[in-house]
Ligand binder design. Structure first.
Ligand SMILES: [Zn+2]
Length: 678
């Protein structure tokens, strides 16, 4: 589970699933008077993307051994960068490399509109790790002609033809992940997790027949591509000697180096198991690794590395490759620990039916860390938090680790402007609260969502996992549930009592205003007019906001106001809204606990999918005055080893890359670990 967003906001995890809110919340709050330091967070903007930079606070304080540990883990991560491209789409590597070759070799006129369009197209591919939008999932439409590309290919003598070339311009493989069952979950998805001739029914049949230990089930199919050969289904395993073996061998090489400088025994043991897993592809080893990893809580450095989140698989089995390396942020961690220490209180005092409450909330921990390196699915679009492992029985029996990525959140918050807030907030009061309390409210919501929300609740005996019972609605419902736990507690005095909120009422007000504003309006800037909402976190946010709007309509809890021809949603009764959130929380937990698919489906389809076209049109018009791109991502600081004459590392320094393009080309040069086709 990992959560993402843009700008001081929400999000977070999932149980079985993992939450991967890629920069979810629309950029609304921003530091206004905030102490921006001299560091330039903004790098550049193109298409709908903003590229930011981040710093690594605390890196200088690490010992040489610790710096090496960070560096080796970072190198391991980047060694798998190519995997993510191939997982996203079978032609991505070929396309990317062809276009990079053109980019490097072309010596013609670079001032034409078509060249600029070509450049933008390539940058979008780098950002998305492929030719489909990282968030909307749609294939990019190039703004240059096929003839123009042909002329570039010719001029640079680039070896590029066939299906990989054609698909840039045709209607094939238009969607990376399709969640509309009518179009075929597999057939309608371009993702490279299943053979071309494999159907959704094949996947169901194959994995339901796969026997696993019921008490300690492995994550079936997590590290394989399922293919059909001569009519029978079989898996190509991602491991050393298997599919992606060349990249995985490089990952192993660097993990071995990291193991030598691990901070403690537990870390070294974890790496040993991770290496064993990469060598064998054995998912039992992956579980063993995750148990050790979850319990390795000592030390200042931590990381994730592997095939982890399953959001990119419409069937929810296949893990996308990613890595994040982090350094502890001691100050924020203390605050979050206060929440974790009171996890049982929050469970006991929630609105859940008593039979759906956990008697013992296990292993909740939440820390703020600072990112030192990212790759794969975590880069350039990065999560803002991580909650792992995903395997539910490990979480229950051995605990889990949950962290918020502090420097990433800080960079988001310091790279924007306040224009959108002023456009969509109802009045000065709402703006004032957002400016004063918005960022903290978002942090607290994220923490509650993660630490309390995803850990809360239990299933009735004999009811299958939400993935089985709720199917393609599982993710949205889990996110909604976790968000609601946060919403319910944000205005609670308990947060003041445990020392993490300065003012229950103010935090609650800022959080509720922001949530409703986003759920009913501003998140729509990410969608094209006429589109349904597809992404789980966006669905969840509209579901929660629209449900509360409707259920509170008799009392005008949330009022739709028109002022100067513009629509606003104004909250009239914060206490009643809190009650409504509590009520919906109880209902969603009931649905999950009982495995009530029909009710779950009805909630999502009624409130979370269809968009009010009038509002959407208005939002897009009002938003068009702002140039700030709706999506953000990051270039990574470069860790540079300093060596003595014998090749021993004497220090590691941090440098900033010259530009997004420079970094992407450097990565291509240093970390090309896979062939075009895998
Ligand atoms: Zn979540």
């Amino acid at each position: 589970m990992k959560f993402r967003y843009t700008l001081g906001f929400i999000l977070a995890m999932t149980f079985l699933f993992s939450c991967q809110p890629k920069q979810d919340k629309t950029v609304l709050s921003e530091t206004t008077t905030a102490q921006k330091n001299s560091f330039e967070f903004f790098s550049e903007q193109f298409a709908d993307i903003k590229i930011l930079r981040y710093q690594i606070p605390g890196f200088e304080q690490l010992t040489l051994e610790q710096k090496k540990y960070v560096y080796f883990l970072g190198q391991a991560g980047l060694s798998g960068r190519d995997i993510m491209y191939d997982q996203n789409y079978r032609h991505n590597l070929k396309i990317r490399r062809a276009l990079e070759n053109i980019y490097l070799k072309f010596e013609g006129d670079k001032n034409t509109a078509e060249w600029k369009s070509f450049e933008t197209y390539l940058k979008r591919i780098w950002f998305a790790n492929g030719i489909h939008h990282h968030y909307a999932n749609d294939k990019f439409i190039p703004e240059f002609s096929k003839e123009y590309l042909a002329s570039l290919i010719e001029a640079t003598q680039t070896n590029f033809d066939g299906e990989a070339l054609d698909v840039i311009f045709n209607q094939e493989d238009a969607k990376k992940v399709n969640l509309n069952p009518e179009k075929g979950l597999i057939k309608g998805s371009a993702i490279n997790f299943y053979g071309q001739n494999v159907t959704a029914e094949d996947v169901d049949a194959y994995y339901s027949a796969m026997k696993v230990d019921e008490n300690q089930p492995v994550e079936k199919g997590l590290n394989t591509k399922l293919i059909k050969e001569n009519g029978s289904l079989t898996e190509k395993v991602w491991k050393s000697g298997g599919m992606y073996g060349a990249a995985i061998d490089q990952i192993i090489y660097w993990l071995e180096m990291a193991k030598e400088v691990a901070e403690n025994e537990a870390q070294a043991k974890g790496l040993e198991l991770l290496i064993a897993y990469y060598k064998t592809g054995d998912l039992k080893k992956w579980d063993e690794y995750n148990i050790v990893w979850a319990q390795a809580t000592e030390g200042d450095i931590d990381y994730i590395n592997g095939f982890i989140e399953v959001y990119n698989d419409p069937k929810g089995y296949k893990g996308s490759y990613e890595t994040v390396v982090q350094i502890k942020d001691f100050e924020m961690s203390e605050k979050m620990a206060a929440l974790a220490n009171n996890a049982q209180w929050f469970e006991d005092n929630s609105t859940l039916d008593p039979s759906h409450k956990k008697e013992n909330v296990v292993g909740v921990s939440y820390k703020t860390v600072n990112v030192a390196a990212e790759a794969g699915d975590a880069s350039p679009s990065t999560p803002i938090g991580i909650n792992l492992p995903n395997n539910n029985w490990i979480r229950e029996q051995h605990g889990s680790k949950s962290v918020s990525l502090g420097n990433i959140i800080h960079a988001y918050a310091n790279a924007g402007s306040t224009g959108r807030l002023k456009e969509f907030a109802y009045d000065e009061d709402e703006i004032k609260y957002e400016e004063e309390y918005g960022q903290l409210a978002d942090k607290l919501h994220t923490a509650l969502h993660e630490v309390i929300g995803h850990a809360s609740g239990r299933l009735n005996p004999g009811v299958g996992t939400p993935k089985e019972t709720m199917k393609n609605y599982a993710s949205t419902l889990e996110e909604a549930r976790a968000d609601l736990v946060g919403l319910y507690y944000l205005p609670d005095e308990k947060l003041v009592e445990i020392g993490i909120s300065p003012n229950a009422e103010a935090i609650g007000k800022a959080a509720y205003d922001g949530y409703i504003r986003n759920g009913l309006m501003t998140q729509l800037i990410r969608l094209n007019l006429g589109d349904d909402i597809e992404e789980a976190h966006m669905r969840n946010r509209q579901l929660v906001a629209a449900w509360a709007m409707e259920k509170g309509s008799a009392d005008q809890v949330i009022e739709k106001v028109t002022k100067d021809g513009k629509t606003y949603y104004k909250i009239n009764d914060y206490a009643k809204l809190r009650d409504l959130f509590g009520e919906l929380l109880k209902e969603i937990q009931r649905i999950k606990s009982e495995g009530d698919f029909e009710s779950g489906k009805a909630l999502v389809e009624t409130y979370g999918v269809k968009v009010d076209q009038t509002i959407h049109k208005e939002v897009l018009e009002r938003n068009s005055q702002f140039k700030s791109a709706p999506y953000s991502g990051f270039i990574n600081p470069i860790l540079v080893p300093q060596e003595d004459e014998n090749g021993n590392i004497t220090d590691i320094t941090v440098e900033q890359p010259e530009s997004f393009t420079a970094q992407m080309l450097q990565y291509a040069e240093d970390f090309t670990t896979l062939p075009d086709e895998n």
